[in-house]
Design a protein around this ligand. Sequence first.
Ligand code: PLP
Length: 395
Amino acid sequence: MKINQNFLNVQDSYLFSTIAKKVDEFIKANPDKKSNIIKLGIGDVTLPLCDAVIKAMHMAVDEMSNKDSFKGYGPEQGYGFLKDNLVSYYKRRNVELQSGEIFISDGAKSDLGNILDIFDVNNTVLVTDPVYPVYVDTNIMAGRKIVYADANENNGFLPLPDYKVKSDIIYLCSPNNPTGAVYDKKGLKCWVDYALKNNAVILFDAAYEYFVDDNNLPKSIYEIDGAKNCAIEFCSFSKTAGFTGTRCGYTIVPFELVFDGVKLNKLWNRRQTTKFNGVPYIVQKGAAAVFTEAGEAQIKKNIEIYKENAKIIADGLDELGIWYTGGKNSPYIFLKCPKNMKSWEFFDYLLENVNVVGTPGSGFGKNGEGFFRLTAFGDRLKTIEAVKRIKNLLK
Ligand code: PLP
């Protein structure tokens, strides 16, 4: 028996463990400061599930207790009631989908990794840098070659395709984690054109689409002509409706996507029906409630709270004259560390002087060096206090 040697090439993920270690050490040395620490580093939501979701899940639990309404194994691709809601959700945004193109998942992260099952190992993968680490690590585990598209201050952290670079699988994330940058339609069209010309597939991560409120910015790659012939879209209820612990997402594989004469939808369906048992009925009932009138109003209210947090942070940085991306149409703010500090240097500076914790940009790739990520998912009063402290420190 031999192990998959590729796993030895995956770097240990030091980012969040190093942050936790540094915070622990700081508290040990300064126990009186423990309660003063404000964490704006996490990418997890802090508001609970909304009422409509909770009610729907309670009702689903009751259905499970009754012989007539009890559910055993469900369809691996997801229940029709949730997929129909998604078809309507996209239709309202002028994107026509068919129910069979939607696969309900236990979250975007799983599917972003699992989708690689249906692609040849010799494909070259393109990721932007800095990047959500899952795209890189899952491909290293599979032994694929990775090329990077540099995202930096010059291109507003929104790189465009370089036709000199050949790639077969392209990961795009918009609104982006960690940079908060959002592609406009023109930018996404450049990538769609590149993919169509190079017979490449785009894996479009729309986990943060719900934060986009500028109607000129695309929430889905299918708003771009030609995308259904080259792109798979991944989305999630995690950030939209607070499902990070409840687990539900979805992946769209259009029927038009054909490579080597084979429909990717067919391959993915085969993969899912073989290796995945579907998302629990109770959870899918909760997710479906997000699209009711009450559910939509309630999740919008939560998103508004996060968006206002983002604005509070962005306004503070504007006052200080600090360069950043995101903050609008995104829960992330990616700022340029002041005084030419490196990412970890700025991390220590903020922790020691104002007891605020963020995430060093260098943890997301080489182009993140010198940058720093703050998130809008924190508590309102703590966000206001953190910005006040940062302003006092840096003004
Ligand atoms: N994609 C991006 C860009 C993310 O930042 C995250 C989570 O932070 C995910 C996907 C994972 O989403 P899910 O909770 O649906 O697995």
